[in-house]
Design a protein around this ligand. Structure first.
Ligand SMILES: [Zn+2]
Ligand SMILES: [Zn+2]
Length: 407
């Protein structure tokens, strides 16, 4: 089998993996690096099938390019299919707003849906020369590890989380001779999730009891809903805003993916959804606001921060990875953010809570061992070498974008 990365080999983002056997050529994911402007992967190739691991833009953001003129059969879980459309439509909107070159439009996105095949966890698909089975990757609802069996056996994890969270059960290892695995957190372990949640709940309480507002910038998909589940039972008035509200309604209407739909529904029932400018301006009866964008680069969250920017009683709680050249990274490193072209230093309290949905170093090593592969191909990481020592018993391959290799 020949393997080539169109992106995402030695970097976090724009993943695209080509798997070529004698009789088929498949691709897993085709994403962007969601910077300003977004960075695209290498150009599309002539393929027989496209498999989506999950609906974050670094895995899907370039996919509609395949549907300009031609098209190819695409495979995803129902949850991934349902959440991919609003994410891509939003990226078309942002591209127009920011004045970037348009690489695809809404028609291309819709064309993709005419060739969509819905897959179910654990249920084998027979397609061309391969038997293909999707398994939960534990990263966000619908996220998938794809296992391909033809003359070779290979599994691609996509983004991976192996522990149970409030929202999802962790990924279970699967036996595979060849394993392509993400390595975002190579060399780093996370603080215990339960401890993080406890600290977050305590700090929310302290800020609100002292008369401040808590603003939590959050990714729309997965993170916002986990925050809702982590905080909803507190005796404070919590509200959500931005695209996360739409994703929440998709989660509620796509059964079979969450750890407990009942618990999720209960939590969502306790919070308020902010819709429209009028509600946004009347925050007297709200204590905690969870809103996009997670990296503070647009979305309603900036207007909330602007409102409380000079209030030292209020707080900004960050919970996610902050990419370079984003407001979020600037806030974490320099304490400043850019609002409407002005560099501002908020007087609010700023704190970080690690709620990552990527497996930490030790969990990655354990997961890889439990899959008992011969070849381990590390991707989607900037520090992949940090895993080499712990994987000394395996044939480890560190691929680079555009460089084909054979297993
Ligand atoms: Zn992801
Ligand atoms: Zn990713």
């Amino acid at each position: 089998m020949k393997i080539k990365f169109l992106g995402g080999a030695e970097e976090v983002g724009r993943l695209g993996i080509l798997l070529e056997s004698e009789d088929s050529k498949f691709q897993i994911d085709y994403g962007v690096i969601p910077e300003k402007p977004p960075m695209f992967p290498l150009p599309p190739e002539d393929i027989d099938g496209l498999f989506i691991t999950h609906s974050h833009l670094d895995h899907i953001g370039a996919m509609p390019i395949y549907y300009q003129g031609g098209g190819v059969e695409v495979f995803a879980t129902e949850m991934t299919a349902n959440t991919t459309r609003p994410m891509l439509n939003d990226s078309v909107k942002v591209t127009a707003l920011e004045g970037y070159v348009e690489r695809f439009n809404r028609d291309d996105i819709e064309k993709m849906y005419t060739l969509m095949n819905i897959a179910q966890y654990g249920r084998k698909i027979e397609y061309m020369d391969s038997e293909i089975t999707p398994y939960s990757a534990g990263h966000i609802p619908g996220s998938t590890m794809w296992k391909f069996v033809n003359s070779q056996e290979l599994m691609v994890t996509g983004d991976l989380y192996t522990r149970d969270s409030k929202l999802l059960s962790g990924a279970k290892p699967q036996k595979a001779e060849n394993l392509i695995v993400e390595s975002t957190y190579a060399g780093k372990n996370h603080e215990d999730r339960e401890e993080v949640r406890k600290r977050l709940r305590e700090r929310v309480g302290e800020v609100v009891e002292h008369g401040g507002k808590v603003i939590i910038p959050s990714f729309a998909m997965g993170r916002l809903q986990e925050l809702v589940m982590s905080l909803a039972d507190l005796p404070y008035r919590i509200a959500t805003d931005g695209m996360g509200n739409l994703i929440t309604s998709i989660y509620l209407n796509t059964p079979g993916y969450l750890r407990s739909e009942k618990e999720f529904r209960k939590a969502v029932g306790k919070i308020k959804e902010i819709r429209g400018r009028k509600m946004r301006e009347h925050l007297d009866n709200i204590d905690v606001i969870i809103s996009t964008s997670g990296m503070l680069d647009g979305g309603p969250v900036l207007s909330y921060i602007e409102k409380y920017v000079n209030d030292p009683k209020s707080a900004i709680f960050m919970t996610g990875y902050q990419a370079e050249n984003t407001n979020g990274r600037s806030l974490m490193e320099k304490g400043t953010i850019n609002i409407s072209g002005m560099e501002v230093k908020p007087e609010m309290q700023v704190e970080f809570f690690d709620m990552s949905a990527h497996a930490g170093h030790d969990d990655l090593v354990r997961f890889i061992k439990d899959c008992s592969p011969n070849n381990v191909i590390l991707c989607h990481g900037e520090n992949r070498e940090a895993l080499l020592e712990d994987l000394a018993n395996y044939n480890v391959i560190l691929p680079y974008n555009g460089k084909e290799f054979t297993i």
